[in-house]
Design a protein around this ligand. Structure first.
Ligand code: XBP
Ligand code: MG
Length: 229
């Protein structure tokens, strides 16, 4: 039986990648760097998970390493501040249908957990702005809690360890190839709900795929065992 739903944050609970992109671009401006991530460029850069890792990868790729600050940590900390400020301004909302699924799950006693690449402080920003309610989330594992970020299975394995559940008694909800690989490698049946950035990624035929969650988790096409919550 379904005991827990494990959620990705970025792109799944909230359509946050445009806000992350804007925060990266603002920090590049503040550092006087002549670079700007377009939507097209960012959709490729999303293959690299984690903001710091993404900046480092780009600096190398663009041959601009020397122009980038020696502390990518500091630069990324500033990006996080900018991102928090935009959340405080009310720029993020739950994706369509998510609220209903969360409420339904809670009514049925299904436990809720988060497995994310982003930082704990970014999850907390969603709590303090009221986008998510902290009391609903039993377990939260973020990028800084594990050695390897997605697509490695570490975040999911840690969530499962803390839930003390078998992966087959859970489902994961993800939006991207990297997220899918992480969850599937940990053995968790996975539902993909795509967004503008991940719509054209390759998920494989065995994966349950929906383009939005507004019909809840009951009507997912392609799910071998329909989930009725
Ligand atoms: C999300 C990410 C994150 C954000 C930026 O991946 O890749 O890196 O884009 O977050 P997923 P930080 O949804 O698969 O967890 O800058 O805080 O790292
Ligand atoms: Mg995601």
């Amino acid at each position: 039986s379904l005991e827990a739903i494990i959620w990705d944050v970025d792109g799944t609970l909230v359509d946050s990648e445009e806000l992350h992109r804007a925060a990266f671009n603002t920090v590049f401006d503040e550092y006087g760097l002549d670079c700007r991530w377009s939507r097209k460029a960012y959709s490729k850069l999303l293959k690299v998970t984690g903001g710091k890792e993404r900046i480092r990868y780009y600096a190398k790729l663009s041959g601009m390493e020397k122009s980038f600050p020696s502390s990518i940590e500091d630069m990324h900390a500033r990006k996080t501040e900018i991102y928090h400020e935009s959340i405080r301004l009310g720029k993020l909302h739950l994706r369509n249908g998510v609220k209903e699924i969360l409420n339904r799950a809670l009514e049925k006693g299904i436990r809720l957990a988060i497995a994310t690449t982003t930082s704990m402080s970014n999850v907390e920003a969603l709590f303090s702005s009221g986008v998510l309610q902290s009391e609903h989330w039993e377990i939260i594992v973020s990028g800084e809690h594990v050695t390897c970020k997605k697509p490695a299975p570490d975040v999911y394995l840690e969530v499962l360890r803390r839930l003390e559940l078998d992966p087959m008694d859970c489902i994961a909800v993800e939006d991207s190839e990297n997220g899918m690989e992480s969850a599937v490698t940990a053995g968790v049946p996975t539902i993909i709900t795509t967004n503008g950035y991940t719509r054209y990624q390759e998920f494989g035929k065995e994966i349950a795929l929906v383009h939005c969650l507004k019909h809840g988790l009951t009507t997912l096409e392609g799910l071998k065992t329909p989930i009725t919550i």
